[in-house]
Design a protein around this ligand. Sequence first.
Ligand SMILES: Cc1ncc(COP(=O)(O)O)c(C=O)c1O
Length: 404
Amino acid sequence: MSERDEAVAKRAEAVMTPNYRPAPLAFVRGEGAWLYDQGDARYLDFAAGIAVNALGHNHPALTRAIAEQARDLLHVSNLFLNEPAVALAERLCALSFADRVFFGNSGTEANEAAMKLARRYMRLVRGEDRWGFVAMEHSFHGRTWASISATGQPKYHEGFAPLVPGFTHVPFDDLDAVEAAVDDTTCAVLVEPIQGEGGVITPSPEYLPGLRDLCDRRGVLLIYDEVQTGVGRTGRWFAHQHADGAKPDIMTLAKGLGGGVPIGAMLCTDEVAQGFAPGAHASTFGGNPLACRAGLTVLDVIEREGLCERAARVGKYLGGQLQSLVDRHWGLVEVRGRGLMRGLAVNPEGFDRATLVAAARARGLLMTMAGPDALRLTPPLIIETGHVDEAIQILDDALKESAL
Ligand SMILES: Cc1ncc(COP(=O)(O)O)c(C=O)c1O
């Protein structure tokens, strides 16, 4: 941390609302997998803005597309059409189960759209008074009111009661619990294919196909929150594609889709889309040409540079190298996740994760924490095995220094 970073930290403390606890680092530029602070010290970015910078920093195709689009047209509203939005929707449909797309600006907004669509479809199209959601313990769906109500972690509810009614939470990866919780008031089951903020928890291979079957039998919709897992992160375009035949009715995306430009998307089938009539839902900024052009470029680059395959290959290598750390350090317990969405669970007995994150940062590696016991590594999809080796070396040194 340079003196200039410290000065920015002081100014932030004086004027920003106190709901964040940022590290005292004000980055000024990035290049590939690296970030640079005001003193030009560089950091290997295995946080990627919490799984956002899919193409890393300053990817030439993305910066060019954004600059060109900014020159041509930034915003027109949904009172008119814009071609980049239509092209991105076409592209997302071609890559997925979906027939139709709604654009917003964030993950939580995409989830709001998903839940509103599910409820409205059940009421107005199917004529059934089903308005409840079954969601999962330890899940995370965002910070707006319905999304925190869907989120199965009480710490995110603190001080915000009363929550939005209609949410039942059951243990993750437990089909019997969902079976028991679904009743004739349920409209949808909402689940992350791999829980991210909950601690990078991958369910058993039978879970998503089992949920699909259950939802079909019980006449309810299946919603996947792929805000964190989507757009190549786990080695497929969407994480549920690892589970054959487990397609949802609705899926939400954000984070990696814009490569750093804010965008959220709610994808759905033709059938379910009937739940939205003109005026039923909207977003002023949603689907603006700038964000959609960025999204299109991210998808183009992922395809052209084979980044899903790379996430699978380099992610497997990362998993193996993390396992070798687990084998060497008593403070580490297990490796979680898939592709380039990885959790490193720590020994809850006397192990302070925050100390390790700070020690790694001091050595030039950025990562995040997730759930009660995990470090989380979500590097850009463009990394190579050499970046993994550097990260593992830093982690190893930091662990040794902390005598863990
Ligand atoms: C699975 C999941 N859903 C929703 C969100 C909320 O996204 P946003 O912060 O863009 O609203 C997140 C963010 O971490 C997430 O991981």
